[in-house]
Design a protein around this ligand. Structure first.
Ligand code: MAN
Length: 345
């Protein structure tokens, strides 16, 4: 199977980007949304920041009730602190993220070398639904409009919010379209049976699990007719959590979706599934073995190691240029082939 990681990987590291304010440091670049605009390849990168960490304290930003960034400090030796996961802490019974993410735009003429264009600022957390940050944006182009579905995190939960833009300067806000706990939301690029469709990932920890669902809409705002499409598979590479990547690719054989799967050890791999063209709730085929496993040093060690996570690619005929977050630290890219993935299923 053709999977060619870019020789220049990682294509972007925290040193390549300016912090949003002098008070913050960029800890990680993660999981970009990807699109073509004005003849260029663009990444909408998740930039995770926090202030410099001083000995004896954990410091992290959140939005206060005036929507201004406020930094919290927690003594690192507190018996009421659980900091066993580098991404999340629990202090006095409340959950916080150790970093706050915003979404930054970079563009490239060749898909390899990226730079910022000061005219396009991206998105920052804007209100109390986003007070812990905004993450992992999928970008779906329908006609000449771009739809952004991303994770909005706050003490109220993890939800999917949608914005729309034509020019990447003005954004229309659809608000929370899927309430907590939900993430990994990928729109289909066209209507099916006269309905918009999306894949999403609600979590149901008591009964059920972290499964991929399908939903339908006539207006892109109200989503209904939900159905569970794919579940985690005990004993396999995708046994603990699965979630959609970006928009499914229309092929002659069905909708091809590249998705992530994590196991009990929190190893994040990528696999694929093929959904019926007319009825995408029907899974026709699914990877037995993962397409991509963390194996390069930059995929195995980092802020949160052993992670390959994608939510963006450019498709050109048989060629997929896939961008992905590696170890929740840096942005990488790889070339894959639609035909090769289909024959592997
Ligand atoms: C979750 C999300 C992703 C992240 C992975 C691995 O699925 O928060 O953004 O990359 O975990 O940490």
């Amino acid at each position: 199977m053709r999977i060619e990681r870019f020789i220049s990987n990682p294509v972007l590291t925290p040193e390549d980007i300016r912090p949003s304010t002098p008070l913050m440091q960029i800890e990680c670049l993660l999981n970009p949304g990807v699109f073509r605009f004005r003849g260029k390849t663009w990444l909408l990168i998740r930039v995770a920041e926090r202030p410099e960490q001083k000995v004896g304290a954990i410091s992290f930003p959140i939005l206060d009730h005036n929507n201004d960034i406020k930094v919290f400090h927690i003594p690192s030796d507190s018996p009421e602190l659980d900091a066993s996961d580098p991404r999340v802490i629990n202090y006095k019974g409340c959950d916080y993220l150790t970093t706050m993410s915003h979404l930054r735009l970079v563009c490239s003429e060749d898909g390899i070398h990226f730079h910022e264009d000061q005219r396009y600022a991206g998105l920052v957390p804007s209100d109390q639904h986003e007070s812990y940050g905004i993450e992992d944006c999928r970008v779906c182009q329908i006609d000449n409009r771009y739809y952004l579905t991303y994770t909005a995190v706050s003490p109220d939960g993890v939800a999917v919010r949608m914005r729309e833009t034509e020019d990447w300067i003005h954004f229309e806000d659809y608000g929370i379209i899927l309430p907590p706990h939900n993430k990994d939301c990928a729109l289909f690029t066209e209507k099916i049976n006269d309905r918009y469709m999306l894949l999403h990932r609600p979590s149901s920890p008591e009964i059920g699990g972290n499964y991929i669902w399908l939903a339908e809409s006539t207006d892109l705002i109200h989503w209904g007719r939900h159905s569970c499409v794919a579940k985690t598979r005990p004993g396999m590479w995708d046994s603990a959590r699965i979630g959609a990547g970006c928009s499914p690719i229309r092929t002659g054989k069905g909708w091809l979706e590249i998705y992530h799967g994590a196991d009990e050890n929190n190893r994040y791999c990528l696999g694929a599934m093929l959904l019926d063209l007319k009825n995408p709730s029907k899974v026709l085929a699914r990877s037995i073995a993962p397409l991509m496993v963390p194996s390069e040093p930059y995929e195995m060690a980092g802020f949160f190691g052993n992670v390959i996570f994608t939510n963006g690619h450019i498709v050109d005929g048989d060629d997929i240029t896939m961008y992905y977050g590696a170890s929740d630290s840096v942005i990488c890219a790889a070339k894959l082939s639609v035909e090769d993935i289909l024959s592997s299923l």
